[in-house]
Design a protein around this ligand. Structure first.
Ligand code: KIV
Length: 309
């Protein structure tokens, strides 16, 4: 059965982490749903990992909609978030609402995500007022990496931490159902999580948040140019089990033409099952996936008037 925000809040209250993954097409979203994923993000990262762009900036609304429609077909019973590409929400509240509605009406998404805090709070509020669920995205926001001077970990200094916290509170006030934090030290994201009442999820934000997101292509080792510290490819852990399974199939034709389970689909599903299991039993992320603060940097951060002990 499809999960929704009530389920996500229940998970948060119980302290059970939620597992989500990106997907951009029919077969991979099918595998994610079969594996039991809680939620799928049709990220604009699809522009890089699927379409081969160098950044997410060139991604258009029509490319996002094509990907989102395919994902919905592959995962009819999963909560799907459509990622608003750069230029689709910043210019005016009307444009933001119009494009958010396209994700819901044309692609069947359950929610949308956009990058930024207080500077886009009016757009977020307008989308929420139109009856659409919104997930915030703070920390390292790839659409504006040039303003950070590249892909840099965020929330390490007092100024950066307090800005992200104020942005997160601004988004909560504007009505988002959750906030995603990207590439932040675990202690900073834990603090943001303590200040908010809504779920706080992380991608490269350490273990003290309400759930983990990873890029599908990082989990499968499918993207060559770059793999961030927080990502893990789970294929090596499953490949033996997969080969044993293949060996156990005596005659693939006996499975029936329509139900043959002898290919990549099974491997991807098994790999995603490991990722989900590790998020749920809190063995992912491990220390090596987490951005560390020096003792000096941490004690400076703890001087923030917003630091909860
Ligand atoms: O586009 C995407 O996949 C994202 C994640 C990096 C958070 O926004």
């Amino acid at each position: 059965m499809k999960k929704g925000i009530k389920d996500f809040i229940k998970l948060k209250k119980k302290g059970d982490p939620l597992a989500w993954v990106t997907a951009y097409d029919y077969p991979f979203s099918y595998c994610a749903e079969q594996a039991g994923i809680d939620m799928i993000l049709v990220g604009d990262s699809g522009g890089m990992v699927q379409l081969g762009y160098e950044t997410t900036n060139p991604v258009s609304m029509s490319e996002m909609l094509t990907m989102a429609k395919a994902v919905r077909k592959g995962a009819p019973d999963t909560f799907i978030i459509g990622d608003m590409p750069q230029g689709s929400y910043e210019i005016s509240t009307n444009l933001a609402v119009e494009n958010a509605l396209r994700f819901v009406k044309e692609a069947g998404c359950d929610a949308i995500k956009c990058e930024g805090g207080r500077r886009i709070a009016d757009k977020v509020k307008a989308i929420v007022d139109a009856g659409i669920l919104v997930c915030g995205h703070l920390g390292l926001t790839p659409q504006s990496t040039s303003s950070f001077g590249g892909y840099k970990v965020q929330g390490k200094s007092i100024i950066s931490f307090e800005n992200i916290l104020k942005d997160a509170l601004g988004l909560q006030e504007a009505g988002v159902f959750a906030v995603l934090l990207e590439a932040m030290p675990a202690e900073s994201s834990e603090q943001i999580s303590k200040h908010l009442t809504i779920p706080v999820y992380g991608i490269g934000a350490g273990p003290y948040v309400d759930g983990q997101l990873l890029i599908m292509h990082d989990i499968l080792g499918l993207y060559q140019p770059f793999r961030p510290k927080f990502a893990e490819c789970f294929i090596p852990e499953i490949i033996l089990e997969y080969c044993t399974y293949l060996d156990s199939i005596k005659d693939v034709h006996s499975m029936g033409v329509e139900t043959r389970r002898d290919g990549l689909l099974v491997l991807v599903q098994l790999t995603l099952e490991i990722y989900i299991r590790k998020v749920k039993n809190k063995t992912f992320p491990r220390e090596e996936h987490v951005y560390q603060l020096s003792e000096k940097a941490l004690s400076k951060l703890q001087n923030s008037e917003y630091w909860i002990r």
